[in-house]
Each structure stands twice: as structure tokens, then as C-alpha cells.
Design a protein around this ligand. Structure first.
Ligand code: GDP
Ligand code: MG
Length: 723
């Protein structure tokens, strides 16, 4: 005969004992738990050929060992491992009683709900949608009236059904505890599972949560592995201090907050219907009525995100320009101080430009993080995720992916550097990775001049339309590629549907400042060093081997007569003309140097292949330079096209030169636009991507994005020239 072990558990006064008596009748045995005065009550019955051994656990509010009852209840669960916990809850106080339920679910033990006191529920005129509740919780729920025996039959039937189907091993529910706690929890979880600390009994994440909650029993057990315990405790201490400083709260309280948030959102939308008790809605609920309303919610959200985007880039522009001015002044000063040559070029183009490149992002990143911190700390970010989740989930992403996309240029003109960093609001590593890898597809501010140049040359009458098409293409590509990655390389479950909606609260100024500064400083510290190194590498690639002495001499000789002529006739307009000619020679010289550099040779070498997409070697050099920074594309094209033919007046501008070049036409312009939109992220972005994921993935993006971009560019070009 099959025997099942069942535990009745619940808050005190939920009607557990009454239900237990009702179910087991007189077949009971009452004893004590060893060494303590807590009563141990057991009973059994035969139901449909199954022997059900039931234990009535002491009533408790939580599974943290704060009281003896809680400790006992927990010990029975993990030591005796019953086949099923019947969680008896007072259905009139569902929200409060589910707090314990959530902890059973987090523990992973098979659970079913007995919603007791259904008579009181009816008397109060309330209604509870049992089916939806059970769907949302992912465990069966039966209504009962323990006093009268109503629902007993269904309860027992469900018990046999549940014990017949429960799978091997516990399946813990993962609740998110917000941006401050989640990463710490993950770190602790890894530590706990790699050291197998208590994992024979508890899920690793659960042990981590108990540590954060200051569970004494778990801490005492830590003595078995003192080294691990010390590490865990120091992590907890750091977090405790951090929470105290930023949120003016402590981990236990935040954990409880998020659990209640989870329950609260679970019970939203008509699971419990109160009779005309609308005035009991708390502030969060009434705010959510507007802020997550079907139509109003997304509208407000889009406006808010748009506003945020505008503020970031408008406000960010001032310090950005200031930084640029500062660094160009610094560059000029060093140019003046140092003799011309490789050292000067290295310091100005390699070091100063490199550091400038890093630092000029700082104001942008700070402003963005101030706003993200505000949205996160206030609880609104969770609503954004909640609203966007359905759409993004279809593509293997998460509701929170919308932010990185928008910041990266989802509204044209963003920047992928802060965009990739904004992906930190995503907690699932897979969804974060998919977001990070696809966010650089967006039309960032540095790509825009390239688009404008090509649109100006070939599609000047359809400017707005093409720009719109570019943005749309970026979104479509990002979503499709995310889908592709999530069903191949980054396959894996999506995080459960976003439901944790913590209560709204006013963020503290201090909290926001600390959150912002931590993230910004991390960027400066980590990205700074690597970016400097890569910047120097790129400088080398675009500088060496440089001109041969003969070439150098050739240009010097061209300059000589002009210079002496200038000395003799310093007056305008002749001087202006001579100066222009000198500048042209300078440009030709730098172009020749670029062409002979490693990057230039690569561009030339690639020409046979790149022709498939309509790119000649000049375009190639510009595109290779664009990996350093997309801003470089237009300026490099400018240098590249200043070479060669004698200029007549109407071919002075780059737009005209490109339009007159036989290699350029509408097809190649479109293919170049598509390529620039999608190919390798600039190296600052790559470094940040590496920091947020790993170097393998950052390199993957470099090649994968370029590959996809090139294939599509070929497609567009080949179709284009045939039309
Ligand atoms: P326990 O602390 O969970 O064991 O709860 P008890 O079984 O001792 O019940 C607490 C109180 O609730 C007792 O007064 C019961 O008579 C009462 N009670 C239990 N079940 C029901 C029910 O379904 N409906 C109503 N109205 N009262 C109940
Ligand atoms: Mg009792």
C-alpha cells in the first residue's frame, strides 16, 4: 500500500488543528518534540487506497528560525521531508497568510493551499478566484471550512493527486529581491553551492536568504565550515551597511518588502474581490491603477522614457562639450609643447584622445544612472518591466530590456556605452546577455553623421523617411537577433513573468547619489585602463609602418615652393590660396600614411571581398577606423576622399565627392547605412560589454555583428544594383 507523508502548516489560528481533527478523526497521536515543550501531533487515515500520515505542525508566521515553533516546523520539513505540505491559510487574511506560503515555495517543497474559513469569506461578501490564484502561485488551492467539514473531500482528493504527481527533488521559486540584494544573493548562492554548504538539506539560494535574514540556526551551522561562514558574513555585513546607507533600511526589511510586493502583485487583478471596499486600496494600488493601466500605463511610460532620454542627452551635452573642449585644448597644448613625431602623435592621438574618450562619457553615464536609480528606488522600474514583459518575452528578452535599447539609441541619438551599462537592471544573466549583445544595433549619436552624409548624397529628398526606417530596422534587428541568440547560443528558460511589484517609495537623495557614484566609478576605474590600452593599439594600427623616407621627401618637396611663396607674399588673397594648397598637401600626406598603415593595408586587402557589398578600399579604411569610434568614419572618409583628383569648386564638400565617385551609388549607400548600423560596436562599447559579461562575449559581438551586418549589406547591395 502506498504511504504518503503530509504536513499541515500555517499561521496560528488559520484553523489548522480544526482541519487536522476533521480529517483524521480520532486516529491521532500527541507527543512532544524532543527536548522542547512544543506539541507534536500526528494522525493517519486511509483514503482511496493510500495511507496518509499527517503531521500538524506548530503554527508559524515565517520559516526563519525566530521562534521555537518556526524552528520546529522548518526542521520537520527539511529532516523528514514530507511528500506534501498542506498550507492552511485564513482566506479572509490571504495577503498576510501568503507570506508563509511564499517561503514554502522558496524552499521548493511541494505545497498545496487549503483556503480555510471560506464561510467567513462568503459572509463578508468577498469572492476569491481559486483557480487563478492556484495558477499564479503554481500550486493547487482548495477552499475549505474546517469547522463544518466542507471541502474535505476535495482536499483529500487533491492531496492524493498531488502526492501521486510530485516529481523528485524540490523546485524552489525564485523571487527577485531588487537591484541591491539580488547580485549579492547570487554571489552568496555560488559560494554556498560550490562549497556544498548545507545544500544536502536546503537550496543554496535559500541558505543565502536565511543568512541575509540573520537566521541564527543557519549561522550556527556555519560553524561547520568556518571559512565559508566568515566569507558569507562579510558579504552580509557589506550589504547591511550598503542598505543602511542607500535605502535607510536593512536586508530583512527589504526582503520582507519584496515578498509582500510579490504577493501583492499576485493578488492584483481580481483574485480577491472585496465588496465595495474600494477605499481600502492603499496608495500603491491607486497609483498602479494609473501607472500600469492598459493604455495610460504604456503611454505614460513611453513619455517618461522619452523624457529621460532627452534629459540625459540634453543635459549631458554641456559637460560633454566641456570635456571635449578640455581635451582638445590639452591635445593642442601638448602638440605645441612636444616636437612633431611619433611621441607627440602617440600622446595626443593615443593617450589624450583615449582618456578623453573614456572621460567624456562620464557625465552622460552619471546623469543616466541618477535617473535609473530614481526609477529603480522608487519602484517604477518594476512597473516598466511589468508592462513591457509580454512583448519582450516573445523575443527571449525581459521587460527591463527596453531601457538599455532606448539609451543605446532606440530613440535615435543615444549611446551604447551607457546603454549596455543600463542592462544592469536585468537580473537574469541570459536575458542581460541577449540585451547587451543586441543593444549596440541601435542608431547611436555617432552613427548619425554617417547616415546624414549618405542620405544627403543620395536620398536628400527622403531624409525623414530613411532616418525613421533606420531606427525601425535597428529595433527589428535587435529583437530578431535576440530571439535567434536565445534559441541557440544563450538558450535557457526565461525568468518567470514579472510580477514582483514592490510598494512605491520616495527614493532618498543619499541612496541615489551612492548608487550613481558606485556605478560611475566602476566605469572609470575598469573601463579606463583597458580603453587606454586599446586606444594605443588602434593608434599603432593606424600609424605604423608610416611613410617611407621617399614618400616623406616627396611631400616635403611639394610643400617647399609653396612655403617660400607664402613668405614672400603674405598678403591675402594669394596667402589664403597658398594655405589651402598646403592644407591639401597635409591631408594627402596623412591619407597616404593612413593607406600604408596596418589598418589601411587591411582595408586595401579586404577590397575584393568588400566589393560584394559595394565598399571600396577608402570606405573600408573608414569602417575599420569606425571600430575605434563611429565618429571617425566621416572624418576618415573626408581624408580618404581629399586624395587624388584636382578639386573643382563644386566638388569641395564630401557629399559632392561621394556623389561623384563612381564607386558610390544608391545601392552602396543603402548597404553602407545598414552596415554601419549593425556592424561591430565601437571599442569603448566592446570594453563595457566585456565588463558586463565577458571578453569572450564581447569578441563574439565584434565578429558576429560584423558578420550579420556584412551579409545583409551584400544582400541589399546585390539586390540594389539589379533594380
Ligand atoms: P490553528 O491555530 O491553525 O490550529 O487554528 P485552530 O484550528 O485552533 O482554529 C482557530 C479558530 O478558528 C478556532 O476557533 C476554530 O473554531 C476557528 N475555525 C477553524 N476553521 C474555521 C472555519 O473554516 N471557519 C470558521 N468560521 N472558523 C474556523
Ligand atoms: Mg493548532
Amino acid at each position: 500500500m502506498k504511504t504518503s507523508h503530509i504536513a499541515f502548516a500555517g499561521n496560528p489560528n488559520a484553523g489548522k488543528t480544526t482541519l487536522f481533527n476533521n480529517v483524521t478523526g480520532s486516529r491521532q497521536h500527541v507527543g512532544n518534540y524532543p527536548g522542547i515543550t512544543v506539541e507534536r501531533k500526528e494522525g493517519s487515515l486511509l483514503f482511496q487506497g493510500t495511507q496518509l500520515n499527517i503531521i500538524d505542525l506548530p503554527g508559524c508566521y515565517s520559516l526563519t528560525a525566530y521562534t521555537q515553533e518556526e524552528l520546529v516546523a522548518r526542521q520537520v520539513l527539511v529532516e523528514e521531508r514530507p511528500d506534501l505540505v498542506v498550507n492552511v491559510v485564513d482566506a479572509t487574511k490571504l495577503e498576510r497568510h501568503l507570506y508563509l506560503t511564499v517561503q514554502f515555495l522558496e524552499l521548493g517543497i511541494p505545497v498545496m493551499l487549503a483556503l480555510n474559513m471560506m464561510d467567513d469569506v462568503r459572509n463578508k461578501g468577498m469572492q476569491i478566484d481559486l483557480e487563478r490564484l492556484s495558477q499564479r502561485l503554481g500550486c493547487p488551492a482548495i477552499g475549505t471550512v474546517a469547522r463544518s467539514g466542507e471541502g474535505k473531500q476535495q482536499l483529500l482528493e487533491q492531496i492524493t493527486r498531488s502526492t501521486a504527481t510530485t516529481t523528485e527533488g524540490w523546485q524552489p521559486l525564485h523571487i527577485s529581491y531588487g537591484p541591491d540584494i539580488d547580485p549579492v544573493l547570487e554571489e552568496m548562492e555560488t559560494l554556498i553551492s560550490t562549497s556544498s554548504f548545507l545544500t544536502d538539506r536546503y537550496p543554496a539560494r535559500w541558505v543565502a536568504i536565511k543568512y541575509l535574514e540573520g537566521d541564527e540556526e543557519i549561522q550556527q551551522r556555519g560553524a561547520e565550515l568556518p571559512e565559508i561562514a566568515a566569507q558569507l558574513e562579510s558579504i552580509v555585513d557589506t550589504l547591511r551597511e550598503h542598505c543602511n546607507k542607500t535605502l535607510n533600511s536593512f536586508p530583512e526589511a527589504i526582503i520582507a518588502d519584496y515578498r509582500y510586493g510579490f504577493i501583492h502583485s499576485l493578488l492584483r487583478q481580481g483574485i480577491v474581490i472585496h465588496p465595495a471596499q474600494v477605499d481600502r486600496m492603499d496608495i500603491t494600488d491607486s497609483m498602479d491603477r494609473v501607472l500600469t493601466h492598459k493604455i495610460l500605463g504604456p503611454t505614460l511610460m513611453m513619455s517618461l522614457l522619452y523624457l529621460m532620454f532627452q534629459v540625459t542627452f540634453t543635459l549631458g551635452d554641456y559637460p560633454l562639450q566641456l570635456m571635449e573642449m578640455l581635451f582638445s585644448w590639452l591635445g593642442d597644448s601638448v602638440t605645441a609643447l612636444l616636437p612633431e613625431g611619433h611621441l607627440q602623435s602617440l600622446i595626443v592621438s593615443g593617450v589624450i584622445d583615449g582618456i578623453g574618450g573614456v572621460l567624456s562619457f562620464v557625465p552622460l553615464i552619471m546623469i543616466m544612472f541618477i535617473m535609473i536609480a530614481f526609477l529603480e528606488d522608487s519602484g517604477y522600474m518594476a512597473r516598466v518591466a511589468y508592462m513591457m514583459d509580454k512583448v519582450f518575452r516573445t523575443f527571449g528578452l525581459h521587460g527591463s530590456s527596453v531601457m538599455p535599447f532606448i539609451i543605446s539609441g532606440g530613440i535615435a541619438g543615444g549611446c551604447a556605452v551607457p546603454g549596455v551599462m543600463a542592462a544592469r537592471t536585468l537580473r537574469s544573466p541570459r536575458e542581460k546577455l541577449a540585451t547587451i549583445l543586441t543593444a549596440p544595433f541601435m542608431p547611436c549619436g555617432a552613427k548619425i553623421p554617417v547616415f546624414l552624409l549618405l542620405i544627403g548624397a543620395f536620398f536628400s529628398e527622403h531624409r525623414a523617411l530613411i532616418m525613421f526606417g533606420i531606427t525601425l530596422t535597428a529595433w527589428i534587428m535587435a529583437l530578431l537577433v535576440a530571439r535567434l541568440l536565445r534559441s541557440t547560443l544563450i538558450r535557457g528558460e526565461s525568468t518567470p513573468f514579472v510580477m514582483e511589484l514592490p510598494p512605491y517609495r520616495w527614493p532618498t537623495l543619499q541612496g541615489i547619489s551612492i548608487h550613481t557614484w558606485e556605478r560611475t566609478w566602476e566605469y572609470i576605474k575598469k573601463a579606463g585602463t583597458v580603453i587606454l590600452a586599446i586606444s594605443i593599439l588602434l593608434w599603432v594600427a593606424m600609424t605604423f609602418p608610416g611613410l617611407t623616407p621617399a614618400q616623406q621627401q616627396f611631400f616635403d618637396q611639394q610643400r617647399l615652393p609653396l612655403q617660400s611663396a607664402l613668405e614672400q607674399a603674405p598678403a591675402a588673397p594669394r596667402a589664403a590660396q597658398l594655405n589651402q594648397q598646403l592644407r591639401d598637401i597635409d591631408q594627402q600626406q596623412s591619407m597616404t600614411a593612413l593607406q600604408h598603415s596596418a589598418a589601411g593595408q587591411l582595408g586595401t586587402m579586404l577590397e575584393p571581398v568588400s566589393r560584394l557589398a559595394g565598399f571600396n578600399w577608402r570606405t573600408n579604411i573608414a569602417l575599420i577606423g569606425g571600430v575605434a569610434a563611429k565618429e571617425v568614419i566621416v572624418s576618415t572618409l573626408g581624408t580618404a576622399y581629399s586624395l587624388g583628383e584636382a578639386d573643382s569648386e563644386e566638388t569641395r564638400t564630401l557629399v559632392q565627392r561621394i556623389r561623384n565617385d563612381k564607386d558610390w551609388n544608391r545601392a552602396s549607400a543603402l548597404s553602407a547605412i545598414l552596415f554601419v548600423l549593425l556592424y561591430a560596436p565601437c571599442f569603448v562599447t566592446i570594453v563595457v560589454m566585456a565588463r558586463e559579461s565577458s571578453w569572450q562575449w564581447a569578441c563574439f559581438a565584434l565578429f558576429f555583428n560584423t558578420g550579420i551586418a556584412f551579409l545583409l549589406a551584400i544582400l541589399v547591395y546585390q539586390i540594389g544594383i539589379r533594380l
